[in-house]
Design a protein around this ligand. Structure first.
Ligand code: BGC
Length: 364
């Protein structure tokens, strides 16, 4: 009896020791870092991630960087301390995010760049993205299809130069617009650099940077509004009339549209966008924004999760191509986009179940 008791105590003690020595179990297996809560686009992504992960059984934490690379790094460190194995991250600034993902990589974490490529580092394993060149091309094509005659005033706006996507959107748009500037259909009104380069179809990154330097909204609504207002102040009445506006996304489109709508010398305007944000869907219904490019976030979310789960299961994720980030070809999975305008807004976004009809006010 005594012997049995001693054996049991010994067993218990060794069990306790074993538990103490075991490596801390990960409390979170997938960490997600998104750029900002201030733009509805990223709130959409958060909601869709939550929906998709609800019953997955994986422990996930989502943190926002609020436009700050320092916060982004702190978020990654927080998630690393919780033992994540996979990091899904939308960089605030493509180059500056290198430090954060290199840290994750050095701790054996798999890094998935989500929507925005992280540039000039080898510490990115995978990239899930929409076809961003196609986004810009669709915006430009919409304007081209609506333009008749010659001399139509064209105003160009772009995203933040710290975001690789801003270059892809602009590149896609420029390839469609440039021939129509060259043949006189459009006249660029708000960028001397773009005018200087209007004879060149394929712009280098450095040339695009010069144009972006003049027309960047920095993805910020106030910057976009102020920029549009200053362009309108500088323009003559002859530069206005029926205007065509390339706006890079929905948030900036609404800000720019409001500025143009308030100018009495603007007779009509067409303005592009992207993201199918609810506020812009309402603007489209009301005729205040001309189109948006719908990027079905559910697909991007499910691709990212599938990749993460494959990694956790020790499998190699499926990819469909690669993007060079300046240091390596990052294996990527790409998703197509859909053009939405007044005539198909209901079918594309409501009948499809993406949004509810009750989210919007329709004219009687
Ligand atoms: C995204 C867009 C978004 C923009 C501003 C881009 O990288 O692809 O969907 O509107 O950032 O946040």
């Amino acid at each position: 009896m005594k012997k049995l008791f001693i054996t049991m105590v010994a067993l218990l003690l060794s069990l306790m020791a074993l538990t103490a020595c075991a490596p801390a179990k990960a409390t979170v297996s997938i960490g997600i870092v998104l750029p900002t809560r201030d733009e509805p686009r990223w709130i959409q992504d958060e909601a869709r991630f939550k929906d998709a992960l609800k019953d997955s059984g994986y422990s996930v934490e989502i943190l926002f960087s609020q436009g700050s690379t320092a916060t982004e790094l702190a978020n990654v460190e927080t998630l690393l301390a919780k033992g994540i194995k996979v990091l899904i991250i939308t960089a605030q600034d493509g180059d500056a995010a290198g430090a954060a993902v290199e840290k994750a990589k050095s701790e054996g974490v798999t890094v998935i760049a989500y929507d925005r490529l992280i540039t000039n580092t080898t510490a990115v394993d995978y990239y899930v993205t929409f076809d961003s060149i196609a986004v810009g091309a669709a915006q430009a094509q919409f304007l081209v299809d609506k333009a008749t005659g010659t001399g139509n005033p064209l105003y160009l706006y772009a995203g933040a130069a710290s975001d690789n996507n801003a270059f892809l959107f602009f590149e896609g748009a420029w390839k469609v617009l440039q021939p129509k500037v060259a043949d006189g259909t459009f006249v660029i009104k708000n960028s001397s650099k773009a005018v200087e380069l209007q004879g060149t179809l394929a712009l280098s990154r450095a040339q695009m940077s010069e144009i972006l330097g003049q027309v960047t909204t920095n993805w910020d609504f106030n910057t976009a509004k102020n920029l549009a207002e200053s362009h309108l102040t500088a323009a003559t009445a002859a530069d206005k009339g029926n205007v065509f506006i390339l706006a890079p996304n929905d948030g900036t489109a609404r800000a720019i549209a409001d500025a143009f709508a308030a100018d009495t010398a603007v007779t009509s305007y067409l303005v592009t966008g992207q993201d199918a944000e609810k506020a812009s869907v309402q603007y489209i219904i009301d005729g205040k924004q001309s189109m948006t490019v719908f990027k079905d976030v559910r697909t991007l979310v499910s691709d990212a999760i599938k990749m993460a789960v494959d990694v956790l299961d020790g499998k190699t994720p499926t990819t469909t191509g690669a993007y060079n980030n300046g240091k390596k070809d990052v294996p990527a999975k790409q998703t197509n986009v859909v053009v939405v305008h007044k005539d198909n807004v209901r079918a594309a976004l409501i009948d499809s179940g993406y949004y509810q009809a009750g989210d919007f006010t329709f004219p009687n």
